[in-house]
Write a protein that binds this ligand. Sequence first.
Ligand code: UTP
Length: 412
Amino acid sequence: MNDYSRAEDLLRMYKQEHLLRFYNELNTDEKQFLINQICTLNFKQIFDLYEASKEDEVIPSNMIEPLPYFDKEKLSKKDISFYEDIGKNIIKNGEYAVVTMAGGQGSRLGFKGPKGTFKLDIPPKKSLFEITCDYLKDANKKYNTIINWYIMTSIYNDEQTKTFFEECNYFGYPKQNITFFTQSELPVIDINGNLILEETYKIKEGSNGNGDVFKAMENNNIIYDIKKKNIKWVFFTGVDNVILEIVDPLFIGITFSQNCKVGSKTLFKQFASAKDWVFARKNGKPAIIDSRNFTKTMAEATDENGNYLYRDTNILAHLFHISAIELLVKKNLPYHRAFKKNTFVNDEGMKQVPDSPNTFKFENFIFDAFEYFDNICLLRVKEEDEFAPIKDYNGIHNPEIALNMYKRKFAK
Ligand code: UTP
């Protein structure tokens, strides 16, 4: 059987014959590309994920317990200085690295180009990558070291990201201390359960979530590199939070001194009704839970001192010990279904940009890694100090608000 017949058979089996509807109009290279893509896709995995992700998880309250946390605001000066000294030593010894996860599509922002290249007019105009780089440069000066910076891209934005760094001369950061690595992709599916075309000869795929970071690190020899450099602690975050303290000795020191292999910064959720993901112990293990699955009683639950039990939310600021990363490489994190906008080729062969989300994307979330550990060290920080992400133009996480928060922080 030739490749074309194999592709046809696969498409027939999964009712995806529409993917070949422009085949006769393609040139030889394009034909080859499309047939290869069809023959190498794991259709069973994609459609199994699609079916499984339709079911909503319901969490019985007896599976949930609160997790302890440190509140930065409530720590004494003495404690802060104690933990900070531990963290500073780790940084100074070159045992700390940062991973910026920049493989997302940034579909809500809709910016043309990798989200990290989006600029804020500070002034001067600075890209999100440069803002991250500034934090690292400051820390290098403060701790007399050079922090290794790892940047995760996706197949979709890797080339553009690297070209941008070249053009910006790596913002003056030592080039040998910046390493790019690329994550994997999975096809997206429209609301009728069909794969879509991105070009007449190409099926649309999207990066498979920031939880792919551990496997991507392994596949690209990043773990080997980290161990060779004697790095013990790795901080993971996104590309879009412009005020996050990414080199924070307090956070490192406190996680270390609790004997935890994993730490996470959190924000207090002001309103019980807010639809955030919150930290809790689930089945005895640290986890992040979609609070939409909570009853009102659980959302309002407090301890004997009146402190809320389930109000710490995730800000994508996680610290992992190298031994934890090595363990996670072997685990398969679950897939979640995200509903996102994706441009597609319509029946007339024209590219169409949707006004609203039109496709399901399957993503691993990095926070599903927490369930593989017995404990996690949570450090609650303040929104105005550490949380100003850029997600879209119209919501509460827009560029204007983020810029104002950035200016306020540095004016302080
Ligand atoms: P978000 O989930 O906010 O996604 O990612 P996004 O790509 O920025 O934007 P939308 O949802 O499409 O609008 C949080 C962080 O995780 C990274 C993103 O680049 C961002 O820094 N991420 C997300 C990845 O590295 N890979 C992915 O597959 C998804």
